[in-house]
Design a protein around this ligand. Structure first.
Ligand SMILES: [Zn+2]
Ligand SMILES: [Zn+2]
Length: 235
């Protein structure tokens, strides 16, 4: 009820318009949602070779650490790009709302159902954290909005106190894969609280997988047993 009132108020203050066609009422209307370039989640996030339900292949497992990664859509889709860009600079009242249709579609896909099963009953959902300085600039972490939306869909409990980003700055895209990986050493720190847990690691976009796997390695070193990954887009 309260959230309904808040939604109505928010719509009066700044009506939502579809990123695809501009129609009022939502950030992506039902027609445009139907035309999203959904990712079939049939590749390994490391080598991009075929792998069912986004499972990390044997060869990439030592490097990537996470068991598998699923994403909602391809980043090439202009509507998906718009939604992600929109959320980064969105008014704080509705950041998660923009991603909900993408998340809902994906959790009901075959890969989404397989992920839910693999996570079991007691998974911890951990958003890839921003550095505190970046968080202050932006006001919120878009990954944590996705984490909360996944918790609402019954994927586990959000833990934002486990993983911290201890270094400011991102790896440079021009660097080689090894150099990028090295530049992520020591970027994250994790609390031993996570020992023995199954984790769903969440970010907005998986590009090279380097950030996600650096976060996953940190969690594994802190004792997490099984780690899966979820993102809105691959690109
Ligand atoms: Zn539309
Ligand atoms: Zn692979």
């Amino acid at each position: 009820m309260v959230s309904g009132v808040r939604e109505t108020l928010a719509n009066l203050l700044a009506p939502r318009t579809c990123v695809g066609c501009g129609i009022e009422g939502s950030w992506c209307c039902v027609t445009c949602i139907e035309h999203i370039a959904w990712d079939p989640n049939t590749i390994c996030a490391g080598c991009e070779r075929l792998s069912p339900n986004g499972t990390t292949c044997e060869r990439c497992r030592p490097d990537m650490v996470f068991r598998g990664a699923i994403v909602a859509a391809t980043y090439d889709d202009p509507n998906v790009q718009q939604l992600i860009r929109f959320v980064k600079y969105a008014p704080a009242y509705d950041i998660a709302g923009a991603f909900v249709p993408l998340i809902t579609h994906t959790v009901h896909s075959e890969a989404g159902r397989a992920l839910r099963e693999a996570l079991g009953e007691n998974a911890r959902i951990i958003p890839v954290p921003l550095h505190p300085r970046r968080l202050r600039e932006r006001g919120f972490n878009q990954a944590s909005c996705i984490a909360h939306a996944l918790a609402e869909q019954g994927f586990g409990a959000v833990r934002e106190d486990v993983l911290r980003r201890t270094r400011f700055g991102a790896p440079q895209a021009r660097k080689s894969r090894d150099a990028r990986r090295q530049s992520m050493d020591g970027v994250f720190a994790a609390s031993p609280d996570i020992a023995g847990a199954t984790v769903l690691l969440v970010d907005d976009v998986i590009t090279t997988g380097v950030t996600m796997s650096a976060a996953a390695r940190t969690l594994r070193d802190a004792g997490a047993t099984t780690i899966h990954a979820f993102a809105i887009a691959r690109g």
